[in-house]
Write a protein that binds this ligand. Structure first.
Ligand code: NAD
Ligand code: UDX
Length: 470
């Protein structure tokens, strides 16, 4: 192999879709086939209306528009596209195991294994297999064993090389992160294969930003990066509570410590706790691996990052109940934002899910507005909205989907900001104060709304971590 002409990506999700779109955009000479077993998802990727793509990411639709049908293809034809490929990225899901050994902590590798088996069966000639999914350290060995077992059983000339190339994109900024990565990490043993992957990235990434390591360091770096990022959030969230108790302002504290170059300003935003499909699962996996190697203190250390995150979410729902005179039964609360962060329609592990559940359990009447999350998605996360009528209901309260902030806030006792969407920064507090029921409250868990203005219109304010204002 001298150069990569054909790439296949298994998994057309949040990582596979945007990553392959950017590769296709930057490398017009490479044919990129993204395959998935989920027909509905593939249909959405192929929809003539680009607003129906299965994933919302700023800039993604434009790139898909440019490349789809030219050198970017989405399909469920897995076998043929594996056979055509010089390089295969595995971007399938690796969620936490639900049952069996390691349930609740270890990664479920069944989709990885299924992909490896398909590759071993259908690949032709020399194929470079790239781990794009986030995997427990040492998974490359498992993949290698599966691939090689098949080669031993057949007489053809299949040959595999395995690389680890973790993805560091964050949702909501995926395209920018892919186009301007801080670094590209490639782990492997086969220098020729490494060079071929480097050549793909060199189409748009500076050479100095491409870091190569052994397989295990690369796999472990991904889990470690997420654990460190999440740890910063839990650290500042622990201080947010202390600020509320002492009259300090956590945003000032974050700025004051972040200006120290050794600490840095990024990823110090206090909030309702981290969500998203990665942080919790990857730390749980790290905890599992540490325990597996008998490193119990290390495991405990990382577990506390998750514990603090759970506590932060619980803390917020408790404060809301307390401030609303100890009961929210039957009270209307406008929930602004359901996605786990701004600029995405993703709700996986969103702190909004746990906080809303707690509020529903207290009997409140939630009106949820999010600019990108659909009513169906919220239904999947919270269950059907149910009105109090009998004992055996999942929740006592009920929720409704609102199409605008105003509709959600109309007659509400409180507005609860859970996601940092841009539009929540410039709400019309004069108007909102008139349509809410007094005494009205604003609970801002992201410190993004203009709380001072809201206060000037008679709204009571609770801002996370702001001991001076509350
Ligand atoms: P996802 O669930 O959105 O997408 C995975 C896709 O793989 C699904 O569409 C599924 O149908 C498909 N799939 C599963 N098994 C398959 C098979 N055998 N053949 C064909 N298709 C198959 O997941 P995601 O968010 O894209 O994450 C994928 C991986 O990337 C995970 O390991 C995750 O930890 C990692 N990761 C995610 C992010 C993120 O921001 N979401 C960032 C970095 C890394
Ligand atoms: C994360 C990693 O950032 C990314 O590198 C990795 O590839 C996948 O996991 P993602 O989960 O998409 O990305 O978004 P991220 O921006 O990291 O936010 C995760 C959660 O932390 C969100 O709920 C966000 O609101 C929260 N967060 C983030 C904070 O509460 N404070 C911050 O300062 C930053």
């Amino acid at each position: 192999l001298e150069k990569i002409n054909n790439i296949c990506c298994i998994g057309a999700g949040y990582v596979g879709g945007p990553t392959m779109a950017v590769i296709a955009d930057k490398c017009p000479e490479i044919q990129v086939n993204v395959v998935d077993i989920n027909q509905a998802r593939i249909n959405n990727w192929n929809d003539s209306d680009f607003s129906n793509l299965p994933i919302y990411e700023p800039g993604l639709a434009e790139i898909v528009k440019n490349c789809r049908g030219r050198n970017l293809h989405f399909s469920t034809v897995i076998e043929e596209n594996i056979a055509l490929a010089d390089m295969i990225f595995i971007s399938v899901n690796t969620p936490v195991k639900k049952k069996g050994i390691g349930a609740g902590q270890a990664s479920d590798l069944k989709w990885i294994e299924a992909s490896a088996r398909q590759i071993s069966k259908y690949a032709v000639g020399k194929t470079i297999v790239v781990e794009k999914s986030t995997l427990p350290v040492k998974t490359a060995q498992t993949i290698k064993n599966i691939l090689e077992a098949h080669v031993l059983n057949t007489s053809n000339d299949k040959k595999f090389s395995i690389l680890s190339n973790p993805e560091f994109l964050a949702e909501g900024t995926a395209i920018n992160d892919l186009e301007n990565p801080d670094r590209v990490l490639i782990g492997g043993e086969d220098q020729d294969a490494i060079n071929l992957l480097i050549d793909v990235y060199l189409n748009w990434v500076d050479k100095e930003k491409i870091l190569t390591t052994d397989l295990w360091s690369s796999e472990l770096s991904k889990l470690t990066a997420n654990a460190f990022l999440a740890q910063r959030i839990s650290s500042i969230n622990s201080i947010s509570a202390l600020c509320e108790s002492t009259g300090a302002d956590v945003n000032d504290v974050a700025l004051a410590i972040g200006m120290d170059k050794r600490i840095g300003l990024e990823f110090l935003r206090p909030g309702p706790g981290f969500g998203g499909s990665c942080f919790k699962k990857d730390i749980l996996n790290l905890v599992y691996i540490c325990n597996h190697y008998g490193l119990y203190q290390a495991a405990k250390y990382w577990q506390t990052v998750i514990n603090l995150n759970d506590w932060q979410q619980k803390r917020i729902s408790k404060i809301i109940v307390e401030k609303l005179f100890g009961t929210i039964s039957g009270k209307k609360i406008a929930v602004l934002g359901f996605a786990f962060k701004a600029n995405t329609n993703d709700t996986r592990e969103s702190p909004a899910i746990n906080i809303c559940r707690d509020l529903l359990e207290e009997g409140s009447n939630l009106h949820i507005y999010d600019p990108r999350v659909s009513q169906d998605q919220i239904k999947m996360d919270l269950g059907h909205s149910q009105i109090i009528d009998s004992q055996n209901l999942l929740f006592e309260g009920k929720w409704e989907f609102s199409k605008s902030v105003e509709l959600a806030a109309n007659g509400a006792d409180a507005i609860l900001v859970l996601t940092d969407w841009e539009e929540f920064k410039t709400l019309d507090w004069e108007k909102l104060s008139k349509i809410m029921r007094s005494p009205s409250w604003l609970f801002d868990t992201r410190s993004i709304s203009n709380a001072i203005e809201a206060k000037s219109f008679g709204i009571n304010i609770w801002r996370l971590g702001d001991g001076a204002l509350n």
